[in-house]
Design a protein around this ligand. Structure first.
Ligand SMILES: *Cc1c(COP(=O)(O)O)cnc(C)c1O
Length: 248
């Protein structure tokens, strides 16, 4: 068993490696390294280990399941952690999200938008929100079809507690880098279209895309947020097909 100090150092080293890779990808693409935010993804990592991750410098944590995130936020409530929910949300869970999360990156229905807005108003706060787009067309992935994004976005000014920041996607899981890259290029095109056409109160600056296996490609294609878990915390015990049936 490694000591706490060894574990903290390991996480620090992994974070530094990922940051270096992000910076290198930025330079290849002629971008500023500071234009990319690294969101550590902490699903399946225990609250005890997240305490060490906090000491190693992770002050934001992304979780895909609201229940797991709630439990960890309770266990770690003495720390100043910003929680991001990055997975599909059932409408009846919006009330929990409104209580503790800092941002929601997986908006994909107006029902959820309406309920979340209502719950945020009750809590007296606003939240950063990303619209999830299914850029790969795979049935296992959540998110709006690219062709539906424009009509969806036109409704969002109705929900004044949602601060719409941009788009989120998971690319196709493939060893064929060009197919992965195509997903990211498609996302950038949709974001650029929305910047021109979306209602003025919605910003659409951000593109949350790229995970452990493909974040460097995502940065080359314009990601402003990358969501990285395994490259920081080590391999998860369950394969990707557990989270996204039919893939991985
Ligand atoms: C798990 C997850 C990630 C991170 O995946 P890694 O392979 O651990 O980097 C990113 N985004 C979402 C939505 C996830 O659920």
């Amino acid at each position: 068993m490694e000591s706490a100090e060894q574990q903290i150092n390991e996480i620090k080293n992994n974070l530094a490696t990922v940051q270096q890779n992000i910076a290198a990808a930025c330079i290849r693409a002629g971008r500023e390294p500071s234009s990319v935010r690294l969101l550590p993804v902490t699903k399946t990592v225990s609250a005890e280990r997240l305490r060490l991750a906090y000491a190693a410098g992770c002050h934001e944590m992304g979780e895909n399941k609201i229940q797991e995130a709630r439990e960890k936020s309770e266990a770690l409530k003495d720390l100043d952690i910003k929680w991001a929910i990055i997975g599909h949300l059932q409408t009846n869970k919006a009330k929990y999200l409104a209580r503790f999360a800092n941002e929601f990156q997986a908006l994909d229905s107006l029902k959820v938008a309406e309920e979340l807005d209502k719950r945020l108003q009750i809590e007296g706060r606003a939240m950063d929100v990303y619209v999830q787009v299914n850029s790969s067309g795979e049935a296992s992935k959540f998110g709006l079809a690219p062709d539906d994004v424009r009509t969806f976005v036109a409704e969002l000014p109705n929900y004044s507690s949602l601060r719409i920041k941009g788009l989120m996607t998971l690319a196709i899981f493939s060893t064929d880098h060009e197919r992965v890259r195509e997903c990211f290029i498609k996302m950038r095109a949709i974001r650029d279209m929305l910047r021109q056409e979306a209602p003025a109160t919605l910003l659409f600056e951000e593109l949350s895309m790229g995970m452990s296996g493909d974040y460097e490609i995502a940065v080359e294609e314009g990601a402003t947020v990358v969501r990285v878990g395994q490259a920081i915390f080590g391999k998860r015990p369950l394969p990707d097909s557990h989270y996204w049936p039919g893939t991985g």
